[in-house]
Every structure is written in structure tokens, then in C-alpha cells.
Ligand binder design. Structure first.
Ligand code: PEP
Ligand code: NA
Ligand code: MN
Length: 599
């Protein structure tokens, strides 16, 4: 690859880059310009080195498969650290480490860590460069896979350079942590088997990641910057950085209502962001703004306005198919990087759930021959695709120029087989914050009706960069800065009947719930008061195109006062783990709800 002459004009940044170069001892340095040509050259290079397999261009044009090391397949929450002066500021849900000790430890790990590799310099912007929402960063990395993925997920290179003299440029340092000895042949997924660190320093907002090449650990603009760093900054500046999808619902008369939604993993968040309305919803359209991250600010009009700071998707492949997510299937038809999927005999990819029957003679995600009676999975359960949002047919044109959209409702959902109804609207902002703070989801493998619930407040458990108790306070206080608070809704697609069957068909049929939510915020849809909040009666839902009995609908809305009461008791115990930073108001709301559950 030819060397570029792009200069990082910012002197402090170039001094930092030189310092890292001296510390890490790479064999060369390359400043990324972010062009399509550069992307092509990098991919060609990775194909030659064996890190990427070019897929059959007739079946999957301009697409590649990567196989990671089997020990480097997911985010590592136990190796993720928040470094700030006082441990209590990181809170009970984060791993805390002393910043100066961590800096000293990392310095030794990075000494010589890039020997035999190229140091790539990636100037990047989360959010449209030049827009009021943008945050700028420079990632230094020795992974060409990271460069290629960053190109699909964020604005990188030349378009970002004019903004690098801003006061706040987040310094992101990453190494796979596997220096090469002279003459040593590289593996196709270098990483460090023993030492992995993903670290946010909240004093100067810098980010350091060592030892892993996997998405959430290595694409530092995503979870590390756009959530852990940004949430910390957002708290002091009065806005929100959330683990949320954003979508617009366009009605037949042409107006669009935007909602943001948070779901813990394995609840179908990406599918929901790209929902295709079912039969009976002619003229309705769902427009995708984002599937993972929302930056939300109060506007001069007293409403909340949101952008998705990413320009691509890094999504879970297994389970994605023409029924669950036709828009994503269209997006990944070409120009996609697949990681840990299976390879077909004709050079295409496959994963569990893509088709009912697996093709013959696959190569599994670890590179071994696979047939349907191999007794193991062909794709890793966390196999991923990386693809630019421009490929996705449901994208909202509003996001092309980085425009923010007004948020009319927040939707929080978990996977809960009992107690929680299909949908309800919180009675007010404070109760909505309570329902988001007590969000949880069942471990999918858990026993019927005994399902263990993993608490995941606001689906932010692994991503809140500071004390979660302070985060609840921040959410509560936001209402005072708005002229009109969005409605807050809880949804649950996973309610089961007495014999353990899912009652709600889900997927595209979730449009019926979405339509009710939109109707509520427009003061057009009815509902009935319940101990939880306002729920739709059978006649409040549009059933056009779906035969669904009133009896079945009643199962979805049934509230067992005793179960609910026990649930609320367990909420109080969970919330108390955030003492002394827990806003007292949440416990009071728990008491109010307990009284209404018992009447
Ligand atoms: C990731 O691991 O990089 C990621 C996007 O995580 P998740 O899908 O859990 O949000
Ligand atoms: Na993950
Ligand atoms: Mn996510």
C-alpha cells in the first residue's frame, strides 16, 4: 500500500502519535484517507495474508469472510474497565481501576507491541463531521481488519481532518497485542491469548484497548466512545448517549413519528429497527435511523432530538433471515464483511437460521468441514456482519445529511415469559424512568417460569461510563429541561401461555404495537388504566390482516397482582444496590406502584 502524505496538523495529536510510534515500535505507519480505493487495497492485502476470504463475487459481490481466533469472539465485560479517580464514580456495575496504575500497566504492555506490523492512524468522526452532534477521535491500531470495519461504521480519513484542531479529540489506542519476531509468520487472526484490556479513562476521555481484535472491543468509536465516553460527557452537558435504536413510523398521510428503543441483547432490537409492516398496513412505513446507538439532546423547542452517530451496522448474523429481517438481508447482499459465519461450497456464507435446512458441505467458522450431523454450530452464535447503512433499503433519508429527528416516545423491552404485558405506557416520566431502570431480560436457556432475569437498566449495563445511580438521576432531571416529555413505553414480545408457548407472533406484527404507541403520543389511541400504566384494550389495536382472538389478547394483558407485587419487591432490592447514589425518588415510585398493584 502506498504511503499517504496526509498530515495531522494538530501538534498535540502528532506529538501523541509519535510517542505511541516510539513506544510500540511498528514497522511502518500509515495515515488513512478513508477512500474507497484505500478500502479495496486493504481488503486485497488481507486476502493475500489469509485474514480475509473473498466470497464468490457472483453470489456476494465485494464481500469477505474473516474467522477470528476461537478465544476472541465477543465483548469482554470482565476485561472492560472504567478508570476515574474515585471508585464510587464508576459505580457498582463497572469494573473500576486506578487511572495511574492502569496507565503504567498498559504502557508496559504496549512497549514493542506492534513490532512487525503497520501502525494505522484513523481520524474519525462519530456523527456527521461538522454537525453540532459530532464527536471526533483518532484511533491508532495495528489491525487492518479494524480499519476496514471502521470505514463501514464511521466517517474516517480526509473528511474528518479539518475538525481535528477542535479542543476535544478523543485519543483511541488499540493493538491486537501480538508483536511479530523477525521472520515469524502471522496468524490469520492475531490477538493476545493471555492479556486483554478495554479501558476508558474518564479524566481525559482517552480509550485504550489491548489484545482483542473483536468489534466491540476494537472498533473504539462504537461502544467505548459513542457510549462509555459519550454518556459520561453527556451527563455533564445535559444530554443522553444511549444504547438505543431509532426509527420513524410514517403513516399513510405522510407524517412521521420517531421513537427510540432500548432492548437487552437477544430481544430482536436490530430486527425491530428495520421492521416491515405486515399485511393490512398499506401505506405505513418504518424508516430506520439506527439500530444500536442514539445521541439525544434537548432542542431549543424543548423537545428531544436524536441522531445515530454510526453509519453502518455491526450486527449478529444467526437468526437473521428473509422473515426476521428482510431489510438486513438486502443490505448484506454485497459490500459486507462477515466474521465467524460458515462458508458454503460455492463461496457464499451461511449461519444458523438463515435457511431451515443447512446446505451440504459447509466449512464452519473455525475452518473445519461441517455437515448438519456434525453436532456443533456451523456459525459462531455471535457471528457478525459489518455493512454500511447506505446498503439498507429501510434507511430514513433524514439521516443522510446527519439531520436530527424529534423523539416522541421511548420504548423499553425485555424477554419476559410472564407477569409483563405486551405493552403499557408509563403514567408519567418518573414512572417511565422507573420501568427503564428495572428493565431485565431472561437468560434464554433458563427453565420455564423459573427464568433467571438479568437486570439490565436501560439496556446500558455494559455501556454506562459512570455510576448508574447518577445515570438514573440524570434521566429524572431531564424532564425539567423539556417543554414536553416523550411517552415512555414498556413492551414484551415474549409472553408465554400456561403451557409455555409464545402468545404473540412478533416480528412484523410488532407494527400493531408500534401503531398504538404512535397513536398514544398523538392523542389518537385509547387505552385503559391498569396498575402498571395505560394498556390497550382489544379494540384499541388495529387487527387488520391478522386473525387474533380477544381471548389470546387477554392472555397478553393479564396482570397477576401477586406476581407483580413480588416483582416490585425484587425491584426495590435491585435498586438498593445503587445506594448511596440511588435517587430516593425511584424507591418512592416503587412504593406507589406497590400500592396500586395491591388494589
Ligand atoms: C459488539 O459486541 O460490538 C456489539 C455491537 O455488541 P451488541 O450487539 O451486544 O450491542
Ligand atoms: Na457481543
Ligand atoms: Mn448493541
Amino acid at each position: 500500500m502506498t504511503h499517504t502524505n496526509l498530515l495531522i496538523a494538530n501538534e498535540t495529536l502528532s506529538a501523541w502519535i509519535n510517542e505511541i510510534r516510539e513506544l510500540c515500535q511498528p514497522s511502518g505507519i500509515y495515515v488513512c484517507n478513508g477512500s474507497d480505493e484505500e478500502y479495496r487495497e486493504l481488503c486485497d492485502q488481507m486476502v493475500s495474508s489469509g485474514m480475509m476470504i473473498r466470497l464468490n463475487p457472483e453470489l456476494r459481490p465485494n464481500s469477505f469472510l474473516c474467522r477470528s481466533d476461537p478465544t476472541d469472539v465477543a465483548r469482554l465485560e470482565h476485561r472492560t474497565f472504567i478508570c476515574c479517580e474515585r471508585e464510587e464514580d464508576a459505580g457498582p456495575t463497572n469494573n473500576w481501576a486506578d487511572p495511574s496504575k492502569m496507565r503504567a500497566e498498559l504502557k508496559e504492555l504496549f512497549r514493542g507491541a506492534m513490532r512487525g506490523r503497520t501502525l494505522y492512524v484513523i481520524p474519525f468522526s462519530m456523527g456527521q463531521p461538522g454537525s453540532a452532534y459530532a464527536m471526533y477521535g483518532v484511533q491508532l491500531t495495528d489491525s487492518p481488519y479494524v480499519v476496514a470495519n471502521m470505514k463501514l461504521m464511521a466517517h474516517i480519513g480526509e473528511p474528518v481532518l479539518p475538525y481535528l484542531d477542535q479542543a476535544q479529540v478523543v485519543r483511541c489506542l488499540h493493538s491486537v497485542g501480538k508483536p511479530l519476531q523477525p521472520g515469524e509468520t502471522d496468524s490469520t487472526w492475531p490477538c493476545n491469548a493471555d492479556k486483554k484490556y478495554i479501558v476508558n479513562f474518564q479524566d481525559d476521555h482517552s480509550i485504550v484497548s489491548f489484545g482483542s481484535g473483536y468489534g466491540g472491543n476494537a472498533l473504539l468509536g462504537k461502544k467505548c466512545l459513542a457510549l462509555r465516553t459519550a454518556s459520561t460527557i453527556a451527563r455533564t452537558e445535559g444530554w443522553l448517549a444511549e444504547h438505543m435504536l431509532i426509527l420513524g413510523v410514517e403513516s399513510p398521510n405522510g407524517d412521521t413519528t420517531y421513537v427510540a428503543g432500548a432492548f437487552p441483547s437477544a430481544c430482536g432490537k436490530t430486527n425491530f429497527a428495520m421492521l416491515v409492516p405486515p399485511e393490512g398496513f398499506d401505506g405505513w412505513k418504518v424508516k430506520t435511523v439506527g439500530d444500536d446507538i442514539a445521541w439525544i439532546r434537548p432542542g431549543d423547542d424543548g423537545r428531544l432530538w436524536a441522531v445515530n452517530p454510526e453509519i453502518g451496522f455491526f450486527g449478529v448474523a444467526p437468526g437473521t433471515n428473509a422473515k426476521t429481517n428482510p431489510n438486513m438481508m438486502a443490505a448484506v447482499k454485497s459490500d459486507t464483511i462477515f466474521t465467524n459465519c460458515a462458508l458454503t461450497a460455492d463461496g457464499d456464507i451461511w449461519w444458523e437460521g438463515l435457511t431451515d435446512v443447512a446446505p451440504n458441505n459447509l466449512i464452519d467458522w473455525q475452518g473445519n468441514p461441517w455437515t448438519s450431523d456434525s453436532g456443533r454450530l456451523a456459525a459462531h452464535p455471535n457471528a457478525r456482519f459489518t455493512v454500511t447503512a447506505a446498503n439498507c433499503p429501510s434507511m430514513d433519508p433524514a439521516r443522510d445529511d446527519g439531520q436530527a429527528v424529534p423523539i416522541s416516545a421511548f420504548i423499553f423491552g425485555g424477554r419476559l415469559s410472564h407477569t409483563f404485558p405486551l405493552v403499557y405506557e408509563a403514567r408519567n416520566w418518573e414512572e417511565g424512568v422507573y420501568w427503564a431502570a428495572t428493565l431485565g431480560s431472561e437468560a434464554t436457556a433458563a427453565a420455564e417460569n423459573q427464568a433467571a432475569i438479568r437486570n439490565d437498566p436501560f439496556a446500558m449495563l455494559p455501556f454506562c461510563g459512570y455510576n448508574m445511580g447518577d445515570y438514573f438521576t440524570h434521566w429524572l432531571s431531564l424532564a425539567g429541561r423539556l417543554s414536553e416529555t416523550p411517552g415512555i413505553f414498556r413492551v414484551n414480545w415474549f409472553r408465554k401461555d400456561e403451557v409455555g408457548r409464545f402468545v404473540w407472533p412478533g416480528f412484523s406484527q410488532n407494527m400493531r404495537v408500534l401503531r398504538w404507541i404512535v397513536g398514544r403520543v398523538k392523542n389518537e389511541a385509547g387505552g385503559r388504566e391498569t396498575p402498571l400504566g395505560v394498556m390497550p384494550s382489544y379494540s384499541d389495536i388495529d387487527w387488520n390482516g391478522l386473525p387474533f382472538s380477544e381471548e389470546k389478547f387477554a392472555v397478553l394483558g393479564r396482570i397477576d397482582g401477586e406476581k407483580l407485587s413480588r416483582e416490585l419487591v425484587s425491584h426495590q432490592a435491585y435498586l438498593s444496590t445503587f445506594q448511596p447514589r440511588l435517587p430516593e425518588r425511584l424507591l418512592q415510585i416503587g412504593d406507589i406502584l406497590q400500592r396500586s398493584a395491591q388494589t
